[in-house]
Write a protein that binds this ligand. Structure first.
Ligand code: Z5A
Length: 218
C-alpha cells in the first residue's frame, strides 16, 4: 500500500479536539475565519462525518438505539470506516489541491474515547490508524481542555437530546480527558493545549495567538 507521508501536498491539516462541550464547534469557525482572511482555501469538516456516507455512519454511531447495544469493536471499526471514506473523498483531495482542512475531531478522539473511555488497547487503534491513514497526520491539533463537570454544565445548558456518547457517565469523560492530555504531552510539537474554561473572548484570543506563532514557524 502507498505511503502518503511524502506525497506532494501544499495544504495543511488542522484538527480541534477535546471532550464534549469544550467549544470545538464554536471555535472551528474562528480558525476557518483566520485562515480565510489570509486568502487560503479552507475546507471545514468534522468526524465522524464529513461526506454523505460518513455522515450516515455518524448517525449509526450516535443513535442511542435501546434494543441493541453497539459493541466496542463495532464502534471502533465504524469510526475508522467513516474516516477511510472521509479521507478518500474529501481530506486527501483537498490537501492535494492545496486547501487547508480544518476538522472537528480526528484520530486523537479515537485514542481518547475508544482507548481512554472504552479501554481498547492503543496498539489496536494504532494498527487501524496505519491502515487507514497511511502516515497522514494533522499538522496542528488544538486541544481544548477543561474540567469535565464544567463542560457538562455547558452541554446541559444547551438542552438538546443526549446522543449515545453524551449518555456516558462522568468517569468515562474523565478517562477521555486524561487520554487526550497524555497524547498532547507525548507530541508537544503538534498539540497546543488551550484552557477552554476561560471566557470565550480569552479562548479565542489564545487560539489566534497560537495560530499566529504556528504560522510563523511553518
Ligand atoms: N467520537 C468518538 O468516540 N471517536 C472518534 O474517533 C470521534 C468521535 C471522531 C460526536 O462528536 C461524538 O463522537 C463525540 C465523540 C465521538 N461524542 N461526545 N461526547 P461531536 O464532536 O459532534 O460531539 P461533541 O463533543 O459532543 O460536540 P459538542 O457537544 O457540540 O461540543 P463542542 O463542539 O466542543 O462545544 P460547542 O458546541 O462549541 O460549545 C458547547 C456550548 O458551550 C455552546 O452552547 C457554546 O456556546 C458554549 N461555549 C463554548 N465556548 C464557551 C466559553 N469559552 N465560555 C462559555 N460558553 C462557551
Amino acid at each position: 500500500m502507498q505511503d502518503d507521508r511524502h506525497a506532494p501536498s501544499h495544504g495543511r491539516f488542522i484538527t480541534l479536539e477535546g471532550g464534549e462541550g469544550v467549544g470545538k464547534s464554536t471555535n472551528l469557525g474562528l480558525v476557518c475565519e483566520v485562515l480565510e482572511k489570509r486568502g487560503l482555501e479552507v475546507v471545514r469538516t468534522r468526524e465522524p462525518g464529513g461526506t454523505a456516507r460518513s455522515e450516515a455512519i455518524r448517525r449509526l454511531l450516535l443513535d442511542p438505539v435501546e434494543q441493541e447495544p453497539l459493541g466496542v469493536d463495532a464502534e471502533l471499526l465504524l469510526i475508522f470506516a467513516a474516516r477511510a471514506q472521509h479521507l478518500e473523498q474529501l481530506i486527501r483531495p483537498a490537501l492535494a489541491r492545496g486547501a487547508w482542512v480544518v476538522c472537528d475531531r480526528f484520530t486523537d478522539a479515537t485514542f481518547a474515547y475508544q482507548g481512554g473511555g472504552r479501554g481498547i488497547d492503543s496498539a489496536r487503534i494504532a494498527t487501524l490508524e496505519t491502515l487507514v491513514q497511511r502516515g497522514l497526520q494533522p499538522d496542528l491539533t488544538l486541544l481544548l481542555d477543561m474540567p469535565v463537570s464544567a463542560a457538562q454544565q455547558r452541554v446541559n445548558t444547551r438542552g438538546n437530546e443526549r446522543d449515545r456518547f453524551e449518555q456516558e457517565r462522568a468517569d468515562f469523560f474523565t478517562a477521555v480527558r486524561e487520554a487526550y492530555l497524555k497524547r498532547a504531552e507525548a507530541d508537544p510539537e503538534r498539540f497546543v493545549i488551550i484552557d477552554a474554561a476561560q471566557p470565550l473572548q480569552d479562548v479565542q484570543q489564545y487560539i489566534k495567538n497560537a495560530l499566529q506563532s504556528w504560522w510563523a514557524s511553518c
